[in-house]
Design a protein around this ligand. Structure first.
Ligand SMILES: Nc1nc2c(c(=O)[nH]1)N[C@H]1C(S)=C(S)[C@@H](COP(=O)(O)OP(=O)(O)OC[C@H]3O[C@@H](n4cnc5c(N)ncnc54)[C@H](O)[C@@H]3O)O[C@H]1N2
Ligand code: MOO
Length: 401
């Protein structure tokens, strides 16, 4: 089926409904090594105390604070404790040389850093005696068991998107695997006989494929697993073969190119007879949009111009992928314009721009082929369809890229 002009909001709703099943995939357990950027589905309670035992915060001497009532004080050194050693009790009136992370022995209640001492009989074992220059209060440089987290306490809540610091906490309590949201599996097919993969020579009339790598990067950055990236010539048979493969391995397929009004619109020509919807959405860039479902797998067909393809991803695919991955929604803000702008009536414009402390500045060039210009942008200005001009200082809705 082919139909007429749609508003951005209508197409957003249509795509959101099509991609809704992505949110309903069953959670899975993954090893910690594969957990980065995934989302926890359950609260994680600490299975042990952290620190697991009382240990030293400094390289120095474990002492009884009471033995240092007057300083300098000479104490016989009972021995040396390295991190990983087991604890011996500290005899009254003695010091035990101790390294950072080693268990503080029973009987000791403080650690004097080595800088505040003088070993009077230095030897390589640390035996002999030590002169402590300064008195300390009980607890000084002692890390008590459970002062970071207690066994059974909440370590990380469900919904946490795991960054390196979360992996550190999970590893510290000895967890090897954790329950996470399933990531949507994405297949990407770039279409166009003019396209060449970077690494090959460009022939006459050819360009490098930028949409494939860009869409793959966009999908990964928004919580998806990119399971296949293909390039298809404007050949319907080749496209059908690639599509069949893609729907066999992915939860959603993104294509680029081949949806407009030319003679070789491989995506539209293949999918429209199979129930695909090809519409003109009232936006710029990204006007020509299509959707289809093949073997139960949703296909979003983005226009081929590089800026159009990425803006289409940003507006239609990114929110759904983030919701599926359990990521927070795309950030939109209202910010002041640094200069006036004009916009085409009847179309929602997504202008590229830059943000600084003064506000947001739109770029001058609007062409959908301006991929280097897109790279210089850090925001999209979202100008409503019924807005034709704005003044410097007016607030404008901005999507942070
Ligand atoms: N008569 C009309 N012509 C066009 C219209 C229209 O309404 N009437 N719409 C224009 C708009 S807007 C867009 S956007 C494009 C969309 O066209 P397609 O989706 O069919 O894309 P292609 O024709 O295949 O490619 C367009 C353009 O982008 C380059 N391209 C394509 N794929 C890639 C890629 N993977 N990497 C880098 N560049 C790519 C391609 O070479 C073309 O220059 O149609 C307009 N035409
Ligand atoms: O929609 Mo096209 O994306 O304006 O260049």
């Amino acid at each position: 089926m082919t139909s007429g002009r749609r508003s951005v909001e209508e197409h957003e709703q249509h795509v959101a409904a099509l991609l809704d099943p992505l949110r309903k995939k069953s959670p899975l357990r993954v090893p910690l090594a594969h957990a980065l950027h995934r989302t926890l589905t359950e609260d994680v309670e600490s299975p042990l105390d952290l620190p697991p035992f009382r240990n030293s915060q400094m390289d120095g001497y474990a002492v009884r604070a009471g033995d240092l009532a007057s300083t300098p004080a000479d104490l016989p050194v009972q021995g040396v404790l390295a991190a990983g050693d087991t604890v011996a009790a500290l005899e009254p009136g003695h010091a035990l040389k101790i390294m950072t992370g080693a268990p503080v022995p029973d009987g000791a209640d403080a650690v004097v850093p080595v800088e505040d001492t003088r070993a009077t009989t230095p030897d390589s074992d640390g035996a002999g005696s030590v002169t402590v220059e300064r008195s300390v209060t009980p607890g000084t440089y002692v890390r008590e068991a459970g002062t970071d987290v207690r066994k059974g306490d909440l370590l990380l809540p469900a919904g946490t998107v795991l960054a390196a610091r979360h992996i550190a906490a999970l590893a510290a309590v000895g967890l090897t695997s954790i329950p996470v949201r399933a990531r949507p599996r994405v297949a990407i097919i770039s279409t166009g006989s003019e396209l060449v993969t970077a690494g090959s020579e460009l022939g006459p009339g050819q360009i490098f494929n930028s949409n494939g790598p860009a869409l793959a990067a966009s999908a990964s950055a928004n919580g998806a697993d990119v399971v296949t990236i293909d390039h298809c010539h404007d050949d319907p048979e080749e496209f059908v073969t690639m599509l069949e493969h893609a729907v066999g391995v992915a939860d959603v397929v993104f294509t680029s190119g081949g949806v407009s009004k030319g003679d070789f619109e491989v995506v539209k020509d293949t999918l429209a007879p199979r129930g695909g919807q090809f519409v003109s959405v009232a936006m710029q860039p990204g006007g020509p949009q299509g959707t289809a479902v093949v073997d139960g797998v949703p296909i979003l067909t983005f226009p081929g111009n590089p800026v159009s393809a990425l803006v289409s991803f940003e507006v239609f695919a990114r929110p759904a992928l983030r919701a599926a991955a359990g990521y927070p929604p795309v950030v939109c803000e209202s910010l002041p314009l640094t200069e006036e702008l004009t916009s085409i009536p009847g179309r929602r414009q997504f202008l590229r721009g830059r943000l600084d402390e003064k506000g947001v500045t739109p770029f001058r060039g609007h062409g959908s082929h301006l991929v280097a210009g897109l790279a210089a942008a850090d925001v999209l200005l979202d100008i409503p369809a019924d807005t034709t001009s704005l003044e410097a200082g007016d607030l404008v809705k901005v999507r942070i890229l």
